[in-house]
Write a protein that binds this ligand. Structure first.
Ligand code: AP5
Length: 202
């Protein structure tokens, strides 16, 4: 058996799940440092393409500015490339991916090909009122065009309810989802997420 196969058995992969503005990006930064994971955010990957003005980025920007999801094959392709480029890491922290059932199935298959799987899905829970407040506030300084307009923020939240909540159902079938309160201080939420990971890693 090749050494990489044995090594990947030891990987611990996390999905940080939650609606737009629930704190996935904020908490990812802290979790990857604590647990030595590779951060994979499809939103960040898409924004890198937008900044470089690639054809994919130009197409994605028009979709993202409406608050709807880019096609599954685009994001699955980006994740596939990222997995290939990062062999030998301790594990991945997926942020903002998977966002549809088709993406979840594709991810399960890609991880299986790499002899690994999702260890836990951490679902951040935040009220809609708080999400809108956070994103409008970030829109004042972030330069993210999808944060500046309340109608687009509401469309993003609606898209989450319509297409993304089913992802939690997908992983609930194998009892992988843990719900964590996403309101309170960043440190309190980080402590709750860390406790949930430590429990699952035992
Ligand atoms: P993406 O970049 O994934 O954005 P999102 O899911 O809308 O999430 P955000 O980055 O806005 O929020 P977050 O949960 O990371 O919270 P954050 O920590 O930043 O996606 C953008 C678009 O790309 C999508 O709409 C879609 O078009 C496309 N896309 C991406 N992935 C895709 C996929 N897989 N399939 C198809 N399309 C895809 O925090 C938000 C704000 O709150 C910050 O200002 C932060 O400082 C603040 N904050 C954080 N924690 C707290 C706290 N505890 N208290 C108070 N404020 C807090």
């Amino acid at each position: 058996m090749p050494e990489t196969n044995n090594r990947s058995k030891l990987m611990f992969n996390i999905i940080l799940f939650g609606p737009p503005g629930s704190g996935k990006g904020t908490q990812s930064e802290k979790l990857i440092e604590k647990y030595g994971l590779k951060h994979l955010s499809t939103g960040d990957l898409l924004r890198t393409e937008i900044a470089a003005q690639t054809p994919l980025g130009i197409e994605a920007k028009a979709i993202m500015d409406k608050g709807i999801l880019v096609p599954d094959d685009v994001v699955v392709g980006m994740i596939k490339n990222a997995l290939e480029k990062n062999k030998g890491v301790n594990g991945f922290l997926f942020d903002g991916f998977p966002r549809t059932e088709a993406q979840a199935i594709a991810l399960d298959n890609l991880l299986q090909e790499n002899n690994t799987e999702i260890g836990v899905v951490l679902a951040l829970e935040v009220s809609e009122e708080e999400l809108i407040k956070r994103l409008l506030n970030r829109g004042l300084t972030s330069g993210r065009s999808d944060d500046t307009n309340e109608a687009v923020i509401k469309a993003r939240i609606e898209e989450y309810h319509k297409k993304t909540t089913v992802v939690a159902d997908h992983y609930n079938k194998s009892a992988k989802v843990l719900h964590v309160k996403g309101e309170g201080s960043v440190e309190e939420i980080f402590a709750a997420l860390s406790a949930a990971i430590d429990e699952r890693k035992k």
